[in-house]
Write a protein that binds this ligand. Structure first.
Ligand code: B12
Length: 296
């Protein structure tokens, strides 16, 4: 058992802070000594250490760290990592890998998450890995965040860890200079870029040079890039339909300035046929049509 003062020294957390976390959030339940002094257990120390790490290393607010602690009370992070490490080859199914990677990520276990991603890409062709494992993990992170089951820092960590690994793939595939240069972006405001990333990696794997600008791209900056880099295709992705009108205005102006440009649009904003503005130089491709379009 540890006195308050000793726990404070060991953890480098002021006594007043430990008291505040105890009183406000009830995160520890120290026993009282005969003299009425608090006696903290190993378990109390480990819970306080967990909160401190989440705040200092992962930038969480105390309320978020407490939520994460409560959530991990059912499955402690150490146990989750152990369980994941103990998985046998029979559980390396798509669903098993989705669960494993998701747990690694929401517990900020970046070393384990990187190992799981290595395993995913070693076991499966990257398009299959992307569609059956990576997207479902990010999908789950987005959905659980929206449902309030994980905090924004967990969602960001999951998304950023995966996107960092996917971006690295851009450099792996060699560029075929005879293929057209593609400029890929989501217009200003639009942050959903997994679909765009998926299509861009599809093109990169087949040798196309893709200038990937990603989410939330200001449209006014694009003219110079198109001219300086001999861009012939624009690939744009929109999820929220509120961004479509501005994009179509920009497409009209860009087509006037660069008559050679062709436009490929995708994303949930164009899922239904009646949501797709009709223009001669604009095409909408479903994932089933990508290969046919590329081979044409
Ligand atoms: C993950 C996710 C997020 C992540 C995004 C991570 C990232 N870096 O991309 C984060 C957490 C950041 C996020 C944020 C928000 N989100 Co969100 N999010 C999702 C979620 C769960 C999954 C979306 C996804 O990635 N799908 C997987 C991809 C691969 O699918 P896809 O984009 O359709 O792409 C496919 C095709 O369309 C095509 N494609 C896509 N682009 C292109 C481009 C080209 C050229 C081609 C050829 C093909 C192509 O290829 C893909 C494969 O088939 C959905 C829920 C859902 N049911 O979809 C909500 C959802 C999209 N989000 C939504 C909302 C409202 C938001 C927020 C506004 C929430 C908030 N309150 O702040 C914010 C901010 C969004 C913004 N400003 O853009 C709403 C959108 C509603 C709408 N108006 O349309 C959804 C539908 C949730 C809901 N049920 O309300 N989100």
């Amino acid at each position: 058992m540890y006195s308050m003062k000793r726990a404070s020294e060991l953890l480098d957390i002021p006594v007043v802070t430990i008291r505040a976390w105890e009183n406000r959030y009830g995160v520890i339940a120290p026993r009282r000594s005969g003299g009425g002094h608090r006696q903290l257990s190993e378990e109390d120390l480990s819970r306080l250490r967990f909160l401190k790490n989440q705040i200092e290393q992962n930038g969480l607010k105390i309320s978020e760290a407490v939520r994460l602690l409560r959530q991990s009370d059912s499955v402690p992070p150490e146990q989750a990592a152990e369980q994941a490490a103990e998985q046998t080859t029979s559980s390396l199914t798509f669903d098993g890998l989705v669960d494993k990677l998701y747990m690694d990520l929401i517990h900020f276990n970046s070393v384990q998450a990187d190992k799981t991603i290595d395993l995913v890409f070693a076991l499966y062709d990257f398009e299959e890995a992307f569609r059956r494992i990576i997207v479902p993990v990010l999908y789950r992170a987005g959905a659980e965040w929206e449902a309030g089951k994980i905090v924004v820092a967990q969602e960001h960590f999951a998304t950023e860890t995966i996107l960092r690994r996917l971006s690295a793939l851009f450099r792996v595939f060699p560029v075929n200079p005879s293929l057209p240069v593609v400029l890929a972006f989501c217009p200003e405001g639009e942050r959903h870029h997994l679909g765009l990333m998926s299509f861009s990696l599809f093109l990169r794997k087949r040798g196309a040079a893709v200038l990937y600008l990603g989410p939330d791209t200001p449209l006014k900056d694009l003219d110079g890039i198109i001219a300086n880099h001999s861009v012939s295709f624009i690939a744009a992705s929109v999820t929220d339909r509120c961004y479509v009108d501005k994009l179509m205005e920009w497409i009209e102006a860009a087509a006037r300035n660069h008559p050679q440009l062709r436009f490929l649009l995708g994303g949930a904003a164009f899922d239904r046929a009646e949501w797709r503005p009709v223009k001669a130089n604009v095409r909408y491709l479903s994932a089933e049509q990508w290969e046919d379009w590329h081979n044409a």
